[in-house]
Design a protein around this ligand. Structure first.
Ligand code: NAD
Length: 267
């Protein structure tokens, strides 16, 4: 299926690793020009090389790394400005960011709340405000927010994710309603347990803090998933590529999980 993503410009946030990098990879493969951001130039260069090495040198589309810490509004502004300087437009925005810490409510401090609201909710709102004028002018835009299955089913010890990410869903749905007239389509995607560096760290932490083996910790996750395994980053990226493609021109305002059946509610 030709997704019609050739020569589109995709800005993918928090893309040096994991889910963000998998999205950048699929956009590059489909012929889009891709801007990737994270806090470390070194990690961004590694991500760019990792993606380029997977495909032939005949590709003419580009991957441009731009350093930005999404905790800071001025860095988000610069990131958007530099993307416009490089390509003159932004067709696709994929919002992603580092995940909040995991702990029971009584261990979460007010600073943790401020940090998580800033990184997981406000950075989405701030980026959208910067990108919208360009998308409105183009009469074309695709916005995707990567959240978590926590928006469908609260996860134990993840009150920050359970709370801040619902704000993302509320903002995204309102955006979808207000900007459909400008051909700007907005959707939220919700990864379930997916084998990225973050997930590997979570598994290592659990092994260290309990007497369980790595195998038992993995089993604890996979037993909750009807498909019986963790997801692969490219499985989420495939949905995002489809939702931003010319094949998904009537889908907006949705919140879709990619979780092997992890969420137990009907909707
Ligand atoms: P990861 O740790 O593998 O990658 C996170 C990326 O975010 C890295 O590129 C990192 O450099 C970047 N980043 C972190 N903080 C940043 C900041 N302040 N500014 C710019 N870049 C920043 O994580 P992942 O597993 O790919 O997860 C991505 C998001 O999806 C997280 O919010 C996570 O909570 C969420 N999520 C992941 C899973 C999973 O199982 N992997 C499940 C549900 C939700």
């Amino acid at each position: 299926m030709n997704l019609g993503l050739e020569n589109k410009v995709a800005l993918v946030l928090a893309a040096s690793k994991g889910l963000g990098r998998a999205c950048a990879q699929v956009f590059y493969k489909e012929g889009a020009n891709v801007v990737i951001c994270s806090r470390s130039q070194e990690n961004l260069i590694l991500a760019k090389q990792y993606i380029e090495n997977k495909y032939s040198s005949e590709k003419t589309n580009k991957i441009v790394p731009i350093v930005a810490d999404l905790c800071f509004e001025d860095q988000i502004s610069l990131l958007v400005e530099k993307t416009i300087q490089e390509f003159g437009r932004i067709d696709i925005l994929v919002h992603n960011a580092g995940g909040p810490p995991s702990a029971p409510i009584e261990k979460i401090t007010m600073k943790d709340w401020d940090d998580s609201i800033n990184l997981n909710l406000l950075s989405f709102i701030r980026t959208v405000y910067k990108v919208l004028p360009y998308m409105k002018k183009q009469k074309f835009g695709r916005i995707i927010a990567i959240t978590s299955v926590s928006v469908k089913q609260p996860l134990d010890n993840l009150v920050l994710s359970n709370t801040t990410r619902l704000g993302v869903v509320g903002f995204a749905k309102t955006l979808a309603n207000e900007y459909a007239k400008d051909n700007i389509l907005v959707n939220v995607v919700c990864p379930g347990p997916t084998l990225t560096d973050r997930m590997k760290d979570l598994i290592d932490l659990t092994v260290q803090s309990t007497s369980k083996s790595e195998e038992d910790v993995m089993k604890n996750w996979t037993e909750q998933i009807p498909l019986g395994r963790l997801g692969k980053p490219e499985e989420l990226a495939s949905l995002i590529a489809f939702l931003t493609s010319q094949k998904a021109t009537y889908i907006t305002g949705t919140t879709i999980q990619v979780d092997g059946g992890f969420v137990k509610s009907s909707l």
